[in-house]
Design a protein around this ligand. Structure first.
Ligand code: NAD
Length: 249
């Protein structure tokens, strides 16, 4: 049985992880950390400060905000606790801090915990390689109106996939005004926000008179919660290092 601390337990995803853990026999929630929690529907201790945690923890699953990284990551390194980092929107400084910590503890980080999206990244890579510079490529991501970062972590993963085959491409984030003709080395990335869209990602390969679109649509956030629990279990016997979905698939 893997004892899980949920960081950001009061948030949308934190609650999903808590609910998903209730149905598992291989892992359980032992406590959570959150700065602002209304106290409803969660029956494990919730701390404001991770340094007050009293339970034995085998893994931290983080679905919170990027600033929280500097609170739980030093704690995890100090205590030797593996981490699943699902929060998105990190810049170079945070990614460097994660890389550094992964020299001491096992860390699993991905912009998207669903199996389908990770298969999509492989298909996108293949299509980009097959079509080469015959295709203009555009990425469109759509999410609910509460998402705070753009483009999504998944759109950036898809950009990386395209760039493994088309290294010359430079991202253009949305277009506005007199932008001129589309340059050959552009890849457009567009963010749509509204309502309760769980997450939709489309990669368009636009040729002369034909278009191929590869699409993934998440229908429920439960896929991300289950993915994070599977990642926590995967980390249990792993040495220090930085792991991703590619290591699980
Ligand atoms: N990798 C994936 O597959 C995946 C899937 C879904 C969401 N996400 C990401 O997970 C993150 C959380 O998403 P959400 O929809 O649950 O957001 P949310 O706003 O509903 O929840 C965030 C929670 O973090 C809490 N919090 C704020 N500061 C904190 C701190 N210092 N320590 C601990 N908790 C703190 C907030 O009070 C809140 O309860 C986002 O970055 C989102 O993009 C990733």
């Amino acid at each position: 049985m893997v004892n899980i601390l949920i960081n950001g337990i009061g948030g949308t995803m934190g609650k999903k992880v808590y609910d998903a853990l209730a149905g598992r026999e291989d892992a359980k929630a032992v406590c959570g950390v959150d700065k602002h929690y209304d106290g409803c529907g969660i029956y494990v201790p919730i701390y404001q400060d991770i340094r007050d945690v009293a339970e034995k923890v085998d893994c931290i699953i983080d679905f919170s905000v990027k600033a929280a990284l500097y609170e739980y990551l030093p704690y995890a390194v100090e205590k030797g606790i593996p981490c699943v980092i699902a929060t998105t929107g990190y810049g170079k400084e945070e990614l460097d801090a994660i890389q550094e910590a992964s020299k001491k503890i096992p860390i699993f980080r991905t912009g998207n915990l669903s199996l389908g999206v990770n298969v999509l990244t492989k298909l996108v890579k293949q299509a980009a390689a097959l079509l080469g510079d015959k295709a203009d490529i555009e990425i469109i991501e759509s999410h609910h109106n509460k998402k705070v970062d753009a483009p999504s972590g998944t759109a950036l993963m898809l950009l990386d996939s395209v760039k493994t085959a088309r290294t010359e491409l430079t991202p253009v984030y949305g277009r506005q005004g007199q932008v001129g003709k589309r340059a050959k080395n552009e890849i457009g990335i567009h963010s749509v926000r509204g309502g309760s869209i769980v997450g939709k990602h489309e990669v368009m390969f636009i040729l002369d008179s034909e278009v191929i679109t590869l699409t993934h649509e998440a229908e429920s956030k439960t896929i991300f919660a289950n993915g994070s629990i599977n990642a926590a279990i995967f980390l249990q016997d792993k040495p220090a290092g930085l792991y991703s979905m590619a290591d699980i698939i």
